[in-house]
Design a protein. Structure first.
Length: 149
């Protein structure tokens, strides 16, 4: 089996498509939040510019550099949180992050209807090296969106 075949569970078509065109490129004038994340070990980085309206993410701009898994995961996160209330985003991120960190979190992720969009990332759980790539944006949003800055 070639190395490419061994990684086919990681590099699914949606992951490759989203990594080559993550979307969410429309610039936002005067965003309410600018949130940045960096993995200093591999160089993956992300920047979210977010416009809030009525406690919802009304617009989001994504600037992302790094591997295919990181780019795709960042794009999927944006697609999930756009038009979503801040209160729900925290729970969505918590379920996603818990899925990758806890062996017993599988049932929660499949019960969260918003996370069905992220299903192409679920197989990455079996590849410990790529989990950090998948989680960088989610941890960045989870740790910073709800702060007052």
């Amino acid at each position: 089996m070639s190395n490419t075949e061994n990684l086919s569970f990681v590099y699914k078509k949606e992951i490759l498509d989203r990594s080559s065109n993550p979307g969410f490129e429309k610039k936002i004038k005067n965003p309410d939040k600018i949130i940045k994340g960096l993995n200093p070990f591999c160089g993956d980085e992300v920047k979210f510019s977010i416009l809030l309206s009525d406690n919802r993410v009304s617009s989001i701009n994504l600037e992302v550099e790094g591997c295919a898994v990181h780019k795709a995961s960042s794009s999927i996160l944006c697609a999930i949180i756009i038009d979503e209330s801040i209160n729900h985003i925290q729970g969505i991120c918590d379920d996603f992050i818990s899925f990758f960190k806890n062996e017993n979190a599988d049932s929660k992720i499949y019960q969260n209807s918003k996370l069905k969009l992220a299903s192409s990332l679920f197989d990455i759980k079996s590849n410990q090296i790529r989990i950090k790539c998948a989680l960088l944006s989610w941890n960045t949003i989870y740790n910073n969106l709800f702060s007052k800055n």
